[in-house]
Design a binder for this molecule. Structure first.
Ligand code: ZN
Length: 66
């Protein structure tokens, strides 16, 4: 008696990756992107990148600053 094989009987011949719909995946894509951005800002940017990002956002919204 072995429980090592997790393939259900009847689906043994159809080995394919589980279908992930875009509707289910996009929050994780967003989460992953935000996590990467946060990692970059905290780990490599050291605040300067965050400042530049906010600054760029200010320009994008049409605020004159310099
Ligand atoms: Zn500016």
């Amino acid at each position: 008696m072995s429980d090592a094989t997790a393939v259900p009987s009847g689906e043994a011949g159809t080995l394919h990756p589980p279908a992930i719909s875009l509707r289910e995946a996009w929050p994780w894509t967003l989460f992953g992107g935000a996590l990467l951005l946060l990692t970059y800002l905290v780990g490599f940017g050291e605040g300067a990148a965050l400042h530049e990002w906010v600054h760029d956002g200010r320009h994008l919204l049409g605020f004159p600053c310099h």
